[in-house]
Design a binder for this molecule. Structure first.
Ligand code: PEP
Ligand code: MN
Length: 358
């Protein structure tokens, strides 16, 4: 997929900032929020009209009625306008109303039939910009598949929005960031524009500054933030919206770092990291070779591959050592579990390999 960066299409902003209420609720609320955002320099306005809500009975958006409010925002302020689409009917109506940017929500991205229906409705409208939110579950292929469906429909101005992944337990954040997933997405599709949505990720307005800074530090191209003229009265996502003045302060506080570091010092440190990694890999290869030897021994002596007691003591002692070395214990536990899983797989291979048997 030959995605082009959306930066020039999104008014050359770096970082790209898209802001607006979770939902357009009334003509007045939509216009008032847009005007205040325009005053603080926001150039792209978001507002949901069709809201896919988890529970029935919640506010599901004003629907088609809001399209003319967005048109009004566009005419009066000159801002680009964006809304969420979940069906082909939404796409047709939004395109007819001159909406500049359509986004596919997290619940919709999970469903290839729904995404394909949207993609089919987009055919012949190559001028529109489409942003695809990550699916609610941490499945990078499902996300890439949705991007691909839109791209295959002839839409080249496609970007992604990372809003985190649903979890059973809600800890500090509403959605788990799993930052490694958007980082992997960037590795696989380097020119793809990827924005972060700190509002849905954190679920609380106080978390927006930290999450936004983290996203920018990790090289995200911009932010997608919910802002409402009267957040506490919002009909959806009230706890995570900020008023335009707060947004102005948040944006002012963000540190924009250089993406192409020139410092020699960084090169030196990176080459040290490269050396550490190659040593690490050599050691893992050495460990696997020893495991295969053990596998042969177990096979000829008819000993079970997995000895739970031994595994338990390995895990405990390595975690204790990690603590002594000041390394995060959970991180070492994850690494050791993964190494052990591979060691067992190698030994099982040896056990099941009958080629050397007489
Ligand atoms: C939204 O952006 O208002 C929205 C519904 O988000 P998500 O699809 O990320 O839940
Ligand atoms: Mn929302």
């Amino acid at each position: 997929m030959d995605f082009t960066s959306l930066q020039s299409s999104l008014l050359g902003q770096s970082p790209v900032i898209i802001a607006g209420p979770c939902s357009a609720e009334t003509h007045e609320q939509t216009l008032a929020t847009a005007r205040q955002l325009n005053e603080i320099g926001i150039k792209i306005f978001r507002a949901g009209l069709w809201k896919p809500r988890t529970m029935p009975g919640a506010f599901e958006g004003v629907g088609t009625a809001g399209l003319q409010w967005l048109r009004r925002v566009k005419e009066e302020t000159g801002m680009m306008v964006a809304t969420e689409v979940a069906t082909q009917e939404h796409v047709a109506l939004a395109l007819k109303a001159g909406i500049d940017i359509l986004w596919i929500g997290a619940r919709t991205t999970t469903n290839p039939f729904a995404v394909q229906e949207i993609a089919d409705a987009l055919k012949g409208h190559s001028d529109v910009i489409v942003l695809v939110k990550n699916p609610v579950n941490p499945d990078i292929d499902l996300w890439i598949g949705a991007l691909q469906r839109v791209y295959n429909a002839g839409i080249t101005r496609v970007g992604a929005i990372h809003r985190g992944f649903s979890t059973y337990e809600h800890r500090l954040l509403r959605n788990n960031p799993e930052w490694q997933i958007p980082i992997e997405l960037h590795r696989r599709i380097p020119h793809l524009t990827i924005l972060c949505d700190p509002s849905h990720m954190g679920g609380k307005r106080d978390l927006i500054p930290t999450l936004s800074q983290q996203a920018l530090d990790m090289g995200f191209d911009g932010l997608f933030i919910e802002s409402h003229c009267n957040p506490s009265q919002a009909l959806s996502d009230a706890s995570q919206q900020v008023c335009p003045q707060e947004l102005k302060d948040i944006l002012k506080s963000l540190i924009i770092r250089d993406s192409t570091p020139v410092e020699d010092n960084l090169d030196v440190l990176r080459s040290q990291i490269d050396q550490c990694d190659s040593k690490l890999l050599e050691i893992i290869a050495q460990r696997m070779a020893i495991c295969r030897e053990i596998g042969k021994y177990k096979k000829s002596n008819k000993i079970q591959v997995v000895q739970t007691g031994r595994y338990d003591s390995i895990l405990r002692s390595r975690i204790a050592l990690a603590g002594e070395l000041g390394i995060d214990e959970q991180c070492i536990k994850d690494i050791m579990q993964s190494i052990h899983k591979e060691s067992v797989r190698q030994q099982l291979d040896i056990l099941n390999d009958n080629s050397n048997e007489k």
